[in-house]
Write a protein that binds this ligand. Structure first.
Ligand SMILES: Nc1ncnc2c1ncn2[C@@H]1O[C@H](COP(=O)(O)OP(=O)(O)OP(=O)(O)O)[C@@H](O)[C@H]1O
Length: 345
């Protein structure tokens, strides 16, 4: 279901918690809303779900206005489902009963006879990998299996939009990574439009077709994971999504001369956003830099060394500024070594 948000604001006691100019989510897309705590992610989700009234602006779902300051179509009339961080399962219902519930009560679902219901429940339990656990109760399941029950319940009535608010945050680190793949697989199989709220950048980068990065209630940048990582448009995006060095210097005829480097050092423009150029900044990822013993570049002193298995993470002090550099395992530097930082890619 396509969803169009326009001029959407929400104030709590005169304080603006949300101010979004425009976001369009296409049918079948998997869009992640990414931002730190308090940036307005949940407020946006609650407006999209129909739990909260916007102060101004509109939300259209498939060309119907579902939210503005005067009208709010209630959640049950929106043909969508919700998955929150607490799975909200019923202790007295089995896995199958959870999956069957929306088929009996969802107003968008054509009423099915018993055989059709059983077939649909079996189908959805197979999609989420719970086909052998239909008769178990929530307390007989692991955290990941409970999350799958919540997913099965959310998907069984074939909603056109699924809103997921930090759905993996109560799982341990290993299971979170495993469940990412499961959710992607479910998205491929069902083609449901998914709006997925997270504060975990690796989750957003790994799963989404597009990411909306938010800060202080506003959109900082919208783009594919690759665009967001490789071509950040603001300092916040560059440093919140992965690590970045915001190197200061001078832009001259499309080339960048880093401060603290010999004047002969020039980095070629890699479609750096105008906003950075105006501020005399070149955002560089740690893996785009390397350390050498001799040559031209930025002179610094190694201040920390962290072995990471396939690479080494360094911090380098350059006249009071810290640079983050990832190095290979062949040339290893130690704390206190004088090094030259060069840009490799
Ligand atoms: N009912 C409310 N009354 C007053 N202020 C609120 C209310 N709900 C949210 N806020 C404020 O609005 C801002 C956005 O909150 P929101 O819960 O949307 O952020 P979030 O990005 O989801 O954060 P988190 O990741 O911590 O859940 C915060 O400053 C919050 O304090």
């Amino acid at each position: 279901m396509s969803t169009v948000i326009n001029g959407l604001t929400k104030k709590f006691n005169h304080v603006e918690a949300l101010h979004i100019d425009e976001i369009t989510i296409e049918t079948g897309e998997f869009v992640a809303i990414l931002g730190p705590s308090g940036c307005g992610k949940t407020t946006l989700m609650r407006i999209l779900a129909g739990f909260e009234t916007p102060t101004s602006g509109t939300v259209y779902m498939e060309s119907q206005c579902v939210s503005d300051a005067n009208t709010v179509v209630p959640p049950e009339k929106r043909n969508m489902s919700l998955v929150f961080q607490s799975f909200a399962l019923w202790p007295h219902k089995t896995v199958k009963e959870h999956a069957e519930f929306p088929l009996l009560h969802d107003r968008f679902m054509k009423k099915l006879d018993k055989d059709a219901r059983i077939a649909r429940v079996d189908e959805i339990l197979e999609i989420v990998g719970l086909e052998s656990m239909g008769h178990r109760y929530p307390n007989q399941l692991s955290g990941g299996q409970r999350q799958r029950v919540a997913l099965a319940r959310a998907l069984v009535a074939k909603p056109k939009l699924m809103l997921m608010d930090e759905p993996l945050s109560s799982l341990d680190a290993e299971l979170r990574v495993e469940m990412r793949k499961e959710i992607q697989q479910i998205h491929r199989l069902t083609k449901t439009t998914i709006l997925y709220v997270t504060h975990d950048q690796s989750e957003a980068l790994a799963m989404a077709d597009r990411i909306v990065v938010m800060k202080d209630g506003k959109v900082e940048q919208i783009g594919t994971p690759k665009q967001i990582y490789a071509k950040p448009e603001t300092e916040f995006v560059a440093t919140f999504v992965g690590k970045a060095n915001l190197v200061h210097g001078q832009w001259e005829e499309g080339q960048f001369i880093p401060k603290y480097a010999d004047h002969s050092v020039r980095w070629s423009d890699e479609e750096v956003a105008e906003r950075f150029k105006d501020k005399g900044i070149f955002p560089v990822r740690p893996e785009q830099l390397e350390l050498v013993k001799e040559g031209t570049g930025i002179l610094g002193v190694v201040t920390s060394v962290q072995y990471q298995g396939k690479e080494i993470h360094y911090t380098v002090d350059v006249q009071g500024e810290t640079f983050f550099v990832h190095g290979n395992l062949f040339t290893v530097f130690g704390i206190g070594d004088e090094v030259i930082i060069q840009k490799n890619k």
